[in-house]
Design a protein around this ligand. Structure first.
Ligand code: GAR
Length: 201
């Protein structure tokens, strides 16, 4: 039976592209059945359209993000949009919003995220910049189960990435993303092989 994956993106979508390419080439034992976002014009949605994958978007204006009732309504609407695709797994691939209770309650144990650092080091939205600022000699990438905290869920896979002399945020982030793309394809394949196994987060 098909292992159904919904991917959520906010930006460039190069991690999503790694999944789409792997599926196209027969290297993904799963189907990307939809791609969703809160950013209407993001490149990740365009990558999905180019690959012929259905997309959905529930925009989140900045003001809405600060209003808790409106924010809960957004989470419910986003959850309904995801639920339509009946996912076995939800992959956050550069999705840059925290998912609230109304979303988590429906999908807990079925959401993974990819983060550009070796968690628990450097959680949050600026992990690459933070690793450079801390003078770290190496950093890396982590795939983990999403729980109610910020980048705090159970770790599934990690890969160390060296920091070299002339690195800036862009060069280091790109080196980390190479590792993330590879790890993400392997992780989705591993989870698809163990389908039905939902962990308690
Ligand atoms: C990736 O490095 C991913 O780990 C990061 O955004 C990038 C997305 O790249 N996500 C986070 O920082 C989430 N905390 P992409 O848009 O090119 O796929």
């Amino acid at each position: 039976m098909n292992y159904r994956v919904v991917v959520l993106v906010s930006g460039a979508g190069t991690l999503l592209q790694a999944l789409l390419d792997a599926e196209r080439d027969g290297r993904l034992q799963a189907s990307v059945v939809a791609v969703g976002s809160e950013m209407p014009d993001c490149a990740g949605l365009e990558r999905a359209r180019t690959a012929g994958v259905p997309t959905f978007c529930v925009p989140m204006p900045v003001l809405l993000a600060r209003d808790s009732a409106a924010r809960a309504a957004w989470d419910e609407q986003f959850a309904r949009a995801v639920e339509r695709y009946d996912p076995d797994l939800i992959v956050l691939a550069g999705f840059m919003k925290l998912l609230g209770q109304p979303f988590m309650s429906g999908f807990r144990g079925r959401i993974i995220n990819s983060h550009p650092a070796l968690l628990p080091a450097f959680p949050g939205a600026h992990a690459v910049r933070d690793a450079l600022a801390a003078g770290a000699k190496s950093t890396g990438a982590t795939i983990f189960w999403v729980d109610d905290g910020v980048d705090s869920g159970a770790i599934i896979a990690q890969h160390e990435v060296p920091i070299v002399a002339d690195d800036d945020e862009a060069t280091l982030h790109e080196r980390i993303k190479v590792a993330e793309r590879d790890m993400l394809v392997h992780t989705v394949n591993d989870l698809a092989a163990n389908r039905g196994k939902v962990i308690d987060v």
